[in-house]
Ligand binder design. Structure first.
Ligand code: C2E
Ligand code: CA
Ligand code: CA
Length: 804
């Protein structure tokens, strides 16, 4: 069509019949046919493409094929009518091709177009144009034909443009220009990354325009403009469906990699760093262009002293987490991922390393782990973690000897009670710091519970003085506290590694628990007997109920006599005929029962038995005898002692005067105000209260000052053999004199010899109890020996029974 336009413009030059260039027709045919073939191949390939734009590309290809095929037919046809139809198809389908080109462009550029008013408008114009051209056979307003004869005698009909053809061309150029403008707008507006996309399309259109321009300036007898359009369709197909926009991809990737929150480093085949993103530079502490050292730095960071980096890189992939301490002391955690890149032939072409900053996660993890394994107050290990650490250490050092040490603060509840939990906490923290200070590198220590701490140390480092002296000094140096902080320490040497670690610590605690009121003793050692003892204690304590209900526990009675040897009363003393452990004296079983409070059951039983015996004796004519019973300090913690006695005498209808209650001085020590009040109430109720073991406690005289008692019972220790008997006697004498002054009767226990009786009598002692007179007997035997005879007189009778 360009050619005919030019023909007109250049003065109606006619080429008729005499063209000498014979093969030109075949060259043209070959070019057009080749183009058709390429277009068909492209068309087939559009069906395979999954890209969304494949459909529009396909429509464009089909619409380009029609005018090209028509053009080819025209050249080879000598039929006037057929040429006319083909020219019509050729002109009208150019419209539709450009209409599809607009549809394609809009889709490609992302404009809203399909089924819009704009599309309908374009369709209407093209439809109208086609309709107008249909009437050409009648009006010849679009084109007329002229004959062209090739040198080989072939005739074909060339068209000659009429007035409407120029309108049609104008429409076509407008449509083509619309496409170009749409692409240009997108090209300008879009991000530089995507410009390539539009650039290739614009270039495709411009190539065609260039071709057309060349063709206008160099007119030819044959119509070559379709070669340009066909080529454009092929180019468009290629750029839309086949071409991969490398620049865009590359730039997009480098943009992503450059700004990603992970550090990314690329190495070439010689392990030279060729790229490191900003994050990686930041993480490695590099400046902008300072990446050459990356391989060495990452290698050092990764390999540490744990593994051989060369080995790992040979593997092709690895991942690890590393803690790094920076120069400023800041600790950071990096996750390092290394991946080799191989080409298709498995040849090493480089590698990349991804660095992830895991510092925050690690910190959080460390914190959580700390909370789970440490005691919140002191910051020491908690029991579970201590045990697991100890277990690990024991396993790792099978030949090392170890000592387990535990500590417990005596009466810590009291500290909390008197000074408040704040002070209690402060003391615990202080002890924790103390242990920390004493601990050597290989000592493992922790807080086991409340006021209990534990540690394990190498045997050769253990010194008892550390715990018996240093610790005492450190904990008693608080001038604001008068309550002494006494720490008891239990020690167990790990001899049997098969037992659980918690049991090792239990054993140390077991040793610790053997320290009673001994103010000097701070450290106790576990030995296997201790365990036996503990087991024995458990057995005995566990059988107390059965012991009481089946009368294994028997009240023995020991006479108390006046200066003339007349029995005034008895002290009731417990004996246990244990089915498996044999005959037990209180010394054996009392401490255990006191430890766990079972002594209350025993005492209540004994008190009740005392009442029933008094009742029985009254009925048998021995109504003037009293019975002394013992009250354990523990009883006051568990029961209302006063009420118990009151209800007992009421129940048995016994005169309270016939019950003497022996309370040791030590029982008075704790909560003395309350105890004194109890004693007062007991006395008001008519009971006689004796202070047992007088002289044995910490502040006997002081106690005497405040405590309203009826009888003083001097401790038998004053009669023991001593280096300085004279002095002992003087003390005894003063004590008795003091009691006399206070008008309190005195009884001395543990009297074993006539000499003792003599000097005690001289000193003014009122009553005696001891083997010199009588040992303790079961009730039946006591009655037989002393009561049934009717005399109740036993002067020096028991002198030979010292062995009891
Ligand atoms: P205690 O109250 O000081 O009782 C006196 C202890 O001295 C008794 O020992 C008695 O058998 C013993 N004894 C008596 N005369 C002599 C003597 O001439 N020489 C020597 N060496 N010892 C003598 P026993 O019966 O073994 O009782 C020991 C302690 O057990 C008692 O000391 C008492 O505190 C406690 N006890 C005994 N029975 C009971 C009880 O039923 N309840 C409570 N809470 N304590 C009891
Ligand atoms: Ca007693
Ligand atoms: Ca006593």
């Amino acid at each position: 069509m360009w050619r005919s336009l030019v023909a007109r413009l250049t003065g109606g030059q006619k080429v008729v019949g005499s063209n000498p260039v014979i093969p030109i027709m075949y060259i043209f045919a070959s070019i057009i046919s080749a183009l058709i073939l390429v277009l068909v191949i492209c068309l087939i390939r559009t069906f395979k493409s999954k890209k969304p734009i494949a459909k529009e590309t396909r429509q464009l290809l089909i619409s380009a094929l029609i005018p090209i095929v028509s053009n080819l037919v025209v050249v080879f046809s000598s039929n006037y009518q057929l040429s006319g139809i083909c020219y019509f198809l050729y002109f009208s389908s150019t419209d539709w091709m450009l209409a599809f080109m607009i549809r394609f462009t809009c889709k490609y550029c992302g404009y809203e177009y399909r089924k819009t008013l704009k599309e309908r408008l374009v369709g209407t114009f093209c439809g109208l144009d086609t309709l107008i051209m249909v009437f050409n056979p009648f009006f010849h307003h679009v084109f007329s034909s002229e004959e062209v004869l090739f040198g080989n005698g072939h005739l074909y009909y060339n068209y000659v443009s009429e007035w409407y053809h120029y309108i049609h061309l104008g429409l076509s150029y407008v449509l083509a220009a619309v496409c170009l403008v749409l692409l240009l707008i997108r090209f300008i507006k879009s991000s530089s990354i995507y410009r390539e996309r539009y650039f290739v399309m614009i270039m495709s259109v411009l190539v065609v325009a260039g071709w057309e321009l060349y063709y206008i300036l160099n007119p030819n007898v044959l119509e070559y403009s379709m070669v340009g359009y066909g080529s454009m369709a092929v180019l468009i197909y290629y750029f839309a469906l086949e071409y991969k926009p490398f620049v865009a991809t590359y730039r997009l990737l480098s943009e992503v990699v450059g700004n990603i929150s992970e550090g990314i480093v690329f190495f070439d085949e010689n392990n030279i760093c060729i790229f490191a993103n900003n994050k990686a530079k930041e993480m490695l502490g590099y400046g902008q262009d300072q990446i050459e050292g990356a391989w060495k730095d990452i290698m050092m960071m990764t390999a540490g002293d744990e593994f051989d980096f060369e080995d790992i890189t040979r593997e092709g992939y690895f991942q690890c987490v590393r803690n790094i301490t920076k120069e400023e002391g800041e600790r950071i955690t990096y996750e390092i991922e290394y991946q080799q890149v191989l080409d298709k032939k498995e040849k090493y072409t480089g590698a990349f390393v991804a660095l992830k900053d895991r510092t925050e996660e690690q910190k959080k993890l460390d914190e959580e782990r700390f909370v789970a394994t440490h005691d919140r107050l002191t910051g020491l290990y908690n029991a579970d973690y201590l045990y697991s650490r100890v277990e690990k250490t024991l396993k790792e050092n099978p030949n090392q000897r170890y000592i387990v040490v535990t500590s417990d603060i005596k009466g810590f509840k009291m500290v909390n009670d008197i000074y408040g939990t704040r002070t209690g906490d402060d003391i615990l923290i202080k002890i924790a710091r103390l242990i920390e200070g004493y601990a050597s590198k290989d000592t493992i220590y922790g807080r086991i519970s409340n006021d209990k701490f534990g540690l394990i140390m190498r045997r050769e480092r253990y010194r008892e003085s550390l715990f018996s002296e240093d610790m005492v000094k450190a904990t008693t140096s608080n001038p604001d506290m008068f309550y002494p902080i006494i720490i008891h320490v239990g020690v167990y040497e790990v001899t049997d590694r098969r037992i659980p670690v918690s049991v090792m610590f239990d054993r140390a605690f077991m040793a610790l628990s053997t320290i009673k009121n001994d103010m000097q003793k701070r450290v106790a050692y576990y030995d296997s007997n201790l365990r036996e003892d503990m087991l024995w204690e458990q057995r005995v304590a566990g059988s107390i109920d059965a012991g009481l209900s089946t009368q294994q526990i028997i009240p023995y009675m020991q006479a108390q006599v006046d200066v003339d040897g007349n029995i005034q009363g008895v002290e009731l003393l417990a004996r246990w005929m244990h089915p498996t452990e044999g005959f037990l004296k209180p010394r054996r079983f009392l401490p255990t029962l006191e430890k766990n409070g079972y002594v209350v059951k025993l005492d209540q039983y004994m008190w009740e038995r005392a009442c029933s015996i008094i009742k029985k004796w009254e009925s048998e004519g021995w109504e003037d005898l009293y019975i002394s019973v013992n009250i354990s300090p523990v009883d006051f913690f568990f029961i209302d002692v006063v009420e118990s006695f009151k209800s007992l005498v009421e129940l048995y209808e016994v005169d309270p005067k016939k019950l003497r209650l022996e309370i040791t001085e030590n029982a008075m020590m704790y909560n003395s105000g309350h105890r004194i009040e109890s004693i007062e109430r007991l006395r008001e109720a008519g009971f006689l209260v004796e202070m047992d073991d007088f002289g044995n406690g910490f502040s006997s005289l002081n106690m005497l000052k405040d405590t309203p008692i009826d009888v003083i019972k001097i401790d038998m220790a004053f009669l023991d053999e001593t280096k300085n008997p004279k002095r002992a006697k003087q003390i005894l004498e003063s004590m008795i004199a003091l009691a006399k002054k206070l008008e309190i009767p005195v009884i001395t226990e543990g009297v074993e010899t006539a000499e003792q009786v003599q000097y005690l009598t001289e000193m003014g002692c009122d009553m005696f109890q001891g083997y010199y007179f009588a040992k303790a007997f079961p009730m039946e035997e006591f009655e037989d020996r002393y009561l049934r005879s009717g005399e109740k007189l036993i002067i020096a009778n028991g002198g030979n029974d010292v062995l009891y």
